[in-house]
Design a protein. Structure first.
Length: 348
């Protein structure tokens, strides 16, 4: 079991890494109690519990201490509270506190006295040869593994809707509400604008491995740099894509009753764009500095989507993993005020 002092985004990474090892349905996230800030005399941050169940029983538990991107190290009072919570769980054999902002000297002494291991999750800037000698590489992880996402994007797109039950022409605006077959508000797609974003994602996820998108990617290199304000992108080409959406159970108000949307055609231009750079993190044991694990983590454009390269300090193995958090995880993490991306791209 680990007790973590993390930002909401790093809580998402924790849940994602759990989903890599166990099936997402086995992973649960629960918001707990506020943790008392003894200096301020009031509760400050919330506990997050991540549990993994196997054969109907909870087998692993991770405690996260959400600190809203604060940069100051955890002090002795905070670590004392975390230690007591860990020691109150005798069935857990491995107990640790992980911080993204370090620990004070007195906090380290307190954890050692209680037999609690400390780790710090920090930007991965040390040369690989110092902590990952089995890789036999010289330089930092960013120098040895430069990465960025390639995104297939729709630009200047327009939508054409087919609703066979409609008795006449109609139009739908981005802020118009959507319905299900019973006439209730649609549970997943609240507005047509939300649905448009979903269809753009779905379209590019279908198209990116096919021609001409794959041919364009092989033929035209995507620039690694561009002036400020300019998207790093290749040439755009016109395209049309029709999606059968009957299975989405999405209905619109045509002015003469609600009708199901049967298909949607997207007209516009497709373009390959270079996305943001991944985050390079390593988890070091405190105070010795031995690496527990290193990872390159690139958030995807869909909510809760991540790509991770995971490194072990003991072997040459590098794991390449794709993560999509379940809806139950996202609903809980949203309560930590995690900023979610709303872009309309797919990645490869």
């Amino acid at each position: 079991m680990s007790k973590l002092a993390l930002s909401p985004m790093l809580v998402q990474y924790l849940v994602g890494l759990c989903c890599l090892r166990w099936h997402p349905d086995a992973v649960d996230v629960v918001l707990g109690d506020m943790v008392l800030d003894t200096a301020a005399g009031k509760p400050r941050d919330v506990d997050v519990t991540v549990t993994i169940s196997q054969s109907g029983h909870v087998t692993h538990t991770f405690k996260a201490y959400e600190v809203k991107h604060e940069s100051k190290p955890l002090d002795v009072a905070e670590v004392e509270q975390l230690c007591l919570k860990l020691l109150d769980m005798p069935s857990v054999t491995h107990k640790a506190i992980v911080s993204a902002s370090g620990f004070t000297t007195s906090a380290r002494d307190k954890a050692i006295r209680h037999g609690i291991t400390l780790y710090e999750l920090r930007p991965w800037t040390r040369p690989l040869q110092e902590q990952f000698p089995s890789l036999t590489m010289q330089g930092t992880a960013q120098e040895c593994f430069p990465m960025s996402q390639l995104l297939l994007c729709w630009i200047d797109e327009q939508f054409a809707i087919v609703a066979r039950e409609a008795t006449g022409p109609f139009s739908v605006q981005s802020n118009d509400g959507l319905f299900d077959s019973s006439g209730k508000k649609h549970a997943k797609h609240k507005t047509f604008g939300d649905y448009q974003n979903e269809l753009l994602f779905r379209s590019t996820e279908i198209l990116f491995p096919l021609g001409p998108a794959a041919t364009v990617l092989r033929t035209f290199p995507i620039p690694h740099s561009a002036p400020d304000g300019i998207v790093r992108a290749g040439p755009a080409w016109p395209h049309t894509h029709t999606l059968d959406v009957q299975g989405d159970d999405v209905y619109v108000d045509t002015g003469n009753g609600i009708c199901r949307i049967d298909s949607v055609t997207i007209n516009g231009y497709l373009q390959w764009q270079r996305g943001g750079d991944p985050l390079y993190y390593v988890m070091d044991e405190i105070p010795g500095g031995e690496a527990f694990a290193g990872a390159l983590i690139a958030p995807g454009k869909r909510e809760g989507q991540m790509t991770a390269l995971v490194f072990s300090p003991k072997t040459r193995d590098i794991g390449i993993n794709f993560v999509q958090l379940a809806k139950k995880h996202l609903n809980c993490i949203r309560e930590l005020t995690l900023a979610q991306p709303t872009a309309k791209n797919s990645e490869t």
